[in-house]
Design a protein around this ligand. Structure first.
Ligand code: WTA
Length: 651
């Protein structure tokens, strides 16, 4: 049992200088769950409110009435909190360090004053294009400062942004533009990454062939590459900026007005638009940023995520900037020009808190220690991980080689839906164990349920599925345009609880260990992917009759994508077709969805009622077919013999 695992206690020095030591954490946690109104009423004051709230928590998880409101009678503006309120005290401090893909190009430092000027202009450009309070804007940009400006510009005028990861395909972009009925899509000519340029504007043009709503395009000049502009639809940001005023007063927003929509994968159907609102989200993002990373004034904070994911929203843009931090934005990839890039950037900018994903750690670990040891990492005070369970081997390498054995690691468990960290150590408070996300953040009530009955397991040691018993301020409020689906997805399986979709174990010390998704969501390189999405892309190909997709263990990615495909009559299962199908999925969704293994199968294992038996497909993909379990309900047992004989993962 993991209780015997080695624990790493915070050093006395760390505990003494931290926002929270053990005793503070315990006292604050107890207060936060005993009286959420009092606790969050107090901590909500970390923001500047235009109208102070008098109500704090008003939330219901009751069937038929899922209703979540925090600070509901308060008003504020997120951009004013992330920029304007810092101007008097830290106007000349760097807000954003931008590190471009090409290390030779040199970093940019953007001060809070400059950020204010950029965002105000950008906001006026959006207004000029007809965007107003409550309108949606899609952001499809590389990791450039304009991505942060665009998000904050929307927040400033009360528009709702929906950031679409630049690695997503034209089709995926079109679906999100249509889904949110966006008035404007912000993109760039090209996106440099790892020394190559992705033709972003070309993708956006392709997407617009399928865009059915009236939408304009605002284009950022990043590389100066040759692109086509459609008259009457497309405009350049830099040209528009010349025509607008530099003054844009922040719009007064109710705490419960939507701040953003972010599409994420679920176990069924197409991605859903997770909606986060203004007040509670920012309170929680800023508080977790401060406590989880033990951020102090003057520190340089680097989260390596992309702003296309929730991690980039909460911990590159909103949390750090609300705290007046210096946040680093990196355009490139960990292995370009070589596997030392992360550490070179850490040295160059004296990064104090570094936050990345286990998949990156594993990839870099495989390149050897020399890439790390070449650089001075002595400024590092906290290391963070997010996105998937971290295997102890990677944890130890992060700890020993990157942290030199004396930098605490925070393994943060959370989701797009949760807006911020729910389970995490605090660097000065929580002894860590490799692979455990440890204990709940303030205000979070995790429960472990029996998967079948939904009964809460109340013993300290427990194994089951993870749910959260009560609301926290940055909980998602709804699915864009589909509140019923919100209730169905998160509150119907287990009554009066928010269901996470993750399995977990609680050890004798009350520590939580996430065991991975228990639904049909897989986690590929820390990116969430619904198997249903990949399946629907595959069956959209004319050669494919049926497809079933499962995850299998992958050394670097955590999980790889394993697709079983049965072909239409008359189609030959050739290597060319295998490649074609791979490329097809890549084009339909994006490179992250490309199957690692495709197995052609004459048939898929089904129950007599025609339901695909995924349990069996998972076992075969895991090369663990000795343990297939009960196969007596199979309609055609011989299908399984063929699947085993021709399995793709023989390792
Ligand atoms: C997984 C990313 C183990 C989990 C912030 C969750 C993790 C999904 C961890 C959410 C962690 C995230 N340990 N698993 N520290 N962090 N996950 O929405 O399965 O992209 O449900 O949010 O990632 O992924 P999402």
């Amino acid at each position: 049992m993991a209780d015997n695992d080695k624990t790493y206690a915070p050093s006395a020095e760390m505990a003494a200088g931290a926002h929270a030591d053990r005793a503070t954490y315990e006292a604050m946690y107890a207060a936060s769950v005993a009286d959420p109104d009092a606790f969050w009423g107090e901590h909500g004051k970390r923001l500047d409110w235009m109208t102070p709230y008098t109500k704090v928590k008003n939330t219901s998880f009751a069937p038929g009435n899922i209703d979540i409101k925090w600070f509901e009678d308060g008003s504020l503006n997120v951009a004013a909190n992330c920029i304007d309120r810092h101007l008097a005290t830290r106007g000349t401090q760097t807000a954003i360090i931008w590190e471009p893909d090409d290390p030779e190009a040199g970093a940019q430092h953007i001060t809070y004053q400059q950020l204010h000027a950029h965002v105000s202009k950008f906001a006026n450009v959006l207004k000029e294009m007809g965007v107003g309070k409550g309108d949606r804007v899609v952001i499809y940009l590389p990791m450039i400062p304009q991505a942060a400006y665009a998000m904050l510009a929307c927040a400033r005028i009360g528009a709702i942004h929906s950031v679409v990861f630049a690695g997503f395909s034209a089709d995926a972009l079109a679906a999100r533009v249509n889904g949110s009925e966006a008035k404007v899509v912000i993109t760039a000519d090209e996106a440099p990454r790892g020394g190559r340029n992705t033709p972003l504007k070309v993708n956006a043009d392709k997407a617009f062939e399928k865009v059915t709503v009236d939408s304009k395009m605002l284009v950022v000049k990043r590389t100066g590459g040759d692109i086509a502009m459609t008259a009457g639809r497309d405009v350049w940001l830099h040209e528009m900026e010349e025509t607008v005023s530099a003054d844009c007063p922040p719009e007064e927003m109710n705490a419960e007005d939507p701040l953003f929509i972010l599409y994420t994968s679920g176990s069924t159907g197409q991605p859903k638009g997770v909606v986060h609102t203004t007040g509670g989200y920012l309170v929680y993002a800023s508080m977790t940023h401060q406590y989880t990373f033990d951020y102090h004034d003057g520190d340089v904070f680097w989260c390596t995520a992309d702003v296309g994911w929730v991690t980039g929203h909460s911990y590159i843009v909103y949390g750090p900037l609300a705290n007046g931090a210096t946040t680093l934005m990196f355009e490139g990839v960990p292995t370009y020009p070589d596997a030392g890039r992360f550490w070179q950037v850490c040295e160059e900018h004296k990064v104090n808190q570094f936050y990345t994903a286990p998949t990156a750690i594993r990839a870099l670990m495989g390149k050897g220690n020399a890439f790390v040891e070449k650089y001075d990492l002595s400024a590092l005070k906290v290391l963070g991980t997010v996105g998937e369970p971290i295997n102890p081997e990677a944890w130890n390498w992060y700890n020993d080689v990157v942290g030199g054995g004396n930098v605490p690691i925070v393994d943060t468990w959370w989701q797009t839906e949760t807006g911020g960290h729910l389970l995490t150590p605090l660097p000065g408070a929580t002894p860590t164990k490799p692979g455990s996300a440890t204990l709940p953040f303030f205000g979070v009530k995790p429960v472990v349920l029996e998967p079948e009955t939904g009964k809460e397991i109340t013993t300290t040691e427990a194994e089951g599925v993870l749910a959260i018993a009560d609301s926290w301020p940055s909980q998602m409020r709804t699915i864009w345009g589909d509140h019923d689906r919100f209730e169905m997805t998160y509150f119907s399986q287990y009554k009066d609880m928010f269901f996470s979709g993750d399995g977990c174990r609680r050890d004798a010390d009350g520590y939580y260990w996430i065991t991975g998704r228990v639904d049909d969501v897989i986690n590929v390189s820390g990116h969430r992917m619904g198997t249903a999405e990949v399946e629907s892309a595959l069956v959209a190909h004319t050669a494919v009759n049926e497809a079933a997709v499962v995850g299998y263990p992958h050394d670097i990615k955590g999980q790889g994508i394993y697709a079983y495909v049965s072909l239409m009559a008359g189609q030959d299962p050739s290597e060319e077709l295998r490649k074609e199908l791979s490329d097809w999925v890549r084009a339909e969704i994006g490179p992250i969805a490309k199957p690692d293994l495709i197995q052609f199968a004459p048939g898929l294992p089904k129950t007599r009622s025609g339901k695909i038996m995924r349990r069996i497909l998972r076992k075969i993909a895991e090369n663990d077919y000795g343990a297939l379990g009960d196969t007596s309900t199979l309609a055609e047992p011989e299908v399984v013999d063929d699947l085993i004989a021709n399995r793709m993962n023989k390792g």
